[in-house]
Ligand binder design. Structure first.
Ligand SMILES: [Zn+2]
Ligand SMILES: [Zn+2]
Length: 294
């Protein structure tokens, strides 16, 4: 059960210039003629047990991945003031269960559009009848309402895994989880983002000395595995354009990471490039992040 809408703390690197400027509680907004409706984003939860991120404008409501049960998706959306029956589409990054386990029931109950790449669609299994699927091609862009959604290939042990860039009204957010390493293409797609949801899966030392069997450690560490805190820090300190005002660290390992360590590593990197206006938020498995408005 979700009892709190706002679980994780907001974490500022350096001095917070204006806490509260970039996010608000999910109050209803009245948008006047000519005004630009907020681009809202909330990671409903993230980790190896489930992932889903909600993105909305005045015209479109889209869920990226459906890795929680339909009931959990319903509850987590309700916790931020959203009705799951009003979703316009669900877009799937890859076939792993922590990204699709609620998809079948959600699609059956709501009739929501489901968008997925052809190779990934062939890996999905259904207990009852498969929902109608709309196929996208990795690397291509499509639109849902007023959202332009660009997909990009990531390196991960799935058949056709993708990350996402979402643009609307000159604003951009990017989602990149489940990737073994940062390719040039991933770095390129994260440029110019106002908000980045980025995997920070494990602390290298915790993983190496932790309880996982050797072969699983090798899988996580491989270039088709998951991104480490160190890789995130390297990206932020050496390759990031310092544009984003919010970096959401996602898909943290329960066994091989700790939110404080992931935060410390990311903040250290952000401080090293003096990006004092950027705050770090650690997404949790249990609770949605705040609702960010761009
Ligand atoms: Zn995952
Ligand atoms: Zn995965």
């Amino acid at each position: 059960m979700i009892e709190r809408a706002l679980g994780p703390a907001l974490l500022w690197c350096g001095t917070a210039p204006d806490a509260g400027r970039h996010w608000t509680l999910p109050a209803k907004r009245h948008v006047g003629i000519g005004a630009l409706a907020a681009l809202r984003i909330c990671t409903l939860g993230s980790g190896s047990s489930g992932n889903a991120t909600f993105v909305a404008t005045g015209e479109a409501r889209v869920l990226f991945d459906a890795g929680f049960s339909c009931r959990q998706i319903q509850l987590r959306l309700a916790a931020i003031g959203e009705d799951y029956t009003t979703l316009d589409a669900v877009v799937i990054s890859h076939e792993h269960s922590d990204h699709v386990q609620g998809l079948e029931v959600l699609a059956r109950k709501t009739g929501v559009r489901v968008l997925v790449s052809q190779p990934t669609s062939e890996k999905l299994t259904w207990k009852k009848a498969a929902p109608a699927l709309e196929i996208f091609e990795a690397g291509r862009e499509f639109e849902i309402g007023d959202l332009a959604i660009e997909t990009f290939t990531v390196s991960h042990d799935a058949v056709d895994p993708v990350g996402f860039c979402v643009r609307q009204g000159g604003r951009k957010l990017s989602i990149a989880t489940d990737l073994g390493y940062m390719t040039d293409s991933v770095r390129y797609h994260l440029l110019d983002s106002d908000l980045i949801v980025l995997e920070s899966n494990h602390d290298l030392e915790m993983l190496k000395s932790g309880p996982y069997p050797w072969d699983l450690k090798q899988r996580v560490l491989s270039r088709a595995g998951h991104l480490s805190n160190a890789a995130v820090a390297e990206f932020l300190s050496q390759h990031w354009d310092r544009h984003a005002r919010t970096v959401v660290l996602a898909h943290l390992s329960t066994n091989n990471n700790h939110p404080a360590i992931a935060e410390m590593d990311a903040c250290g990197a952000i401080d090293s490039v003096r990006a004092n206006d950027t705050r770090v938020v650690v997404a949790s498995q249990a609770d949605p992040t705040p609702v960010f408005e761009l």
